[in-house]
Design a protein around this ligand. Structure first.
Ligand SMILES: [Zn+2]
Ligand SMILES: [Zn+2]
Length: 196
């Protein structure tokens, strides 16, 4: 590639914004969203609260719990933007703005948004999450992971299954370990009862 292209501020800005979105979504999905679905309560109680509209949750709500879930999900993007500021400050800011615009856009299905077929084709080609896709995650929290990119969905589901099987294994191990202790305590209680 021509080195003058690589050195151009427009190229650096595009590269920085793409890294913020791509790596930010990766980190947010695998280090926050999926672990929340496996072990957490905050995201399920806020983002997946079926009693309230998700447009309200994702965009309008000022409930501290909802804001905290949004902030924790956004931390990876913010960290990436700080790192990518070395490449291009406007690019890093653009990445954050596009990420925030996508949050608003992906929650517009209940406001009546329908993506035109020509844009669906483009989104499928680049793996972009459409509002209709994210609507699927709200209807069924087991599917459609990846906030911005759909190709994170399959590995995210694999990670979710893995984390849950680890949790089950830990619970089984703990209950196996505590069974002899419980049995010994019960025998002791019985012996004390007999003596008294
Ligand atoms: Zn959502
Ligand atoms: Zn979720």
């Amino acid at each position: 590639m021509n080195t003058s292209v690589l050195a151009s501020p427009v190229f650096s800005a595009l590269a920085a914004s793409l890294i913020v979105l791509l790596v930010g979504d990766f980190a947010s999905t695998f280090f926050y969203h999926v672990p929340q679905h496996a072990w957490g309560k905050l995201h399920l109680r806020t983002h997946h609260d079926r009693r309230r509209s998700y447009w309200d949750h994702a965009v309008l709500s000022r409930d501290p719990q909802v804001l905290l879930d949004g902030l924790l999900g956004a931390v990876p993007y913010i960290v990436l933007a700080l790192l990518c500021a070395v490449i291009s400050v406007p690019g890093a800011i653009l990445g954050l703005l596009l990420g925030q615009a996508h949050v608003w856009w992906r929650h517009t299905t209940e406001l009546g948004w329908r993506t035109p077929p020509w844009f669906v084709r483009i989104a499928r080609a680049i793996g972009l999450v459409l509002p209709e896709d994210h609507d699927g995650h709200h209807r069924n929290p087991e599917i459609e992971f990846g906030d911005i990119f759909r190709f994170y969905d399959v590995p995210a589901r694999v990670l979710l299954v893995t984390l849950r099987s680890w949790s089950r294994a830990v619970v089984r191990k703990r209950s196996r370990r505590s069974t002899p202790v419980r049995r010994a305590a019960a025998l002791k209680r019985r012996a004390v009862a007999k003596q008294s």
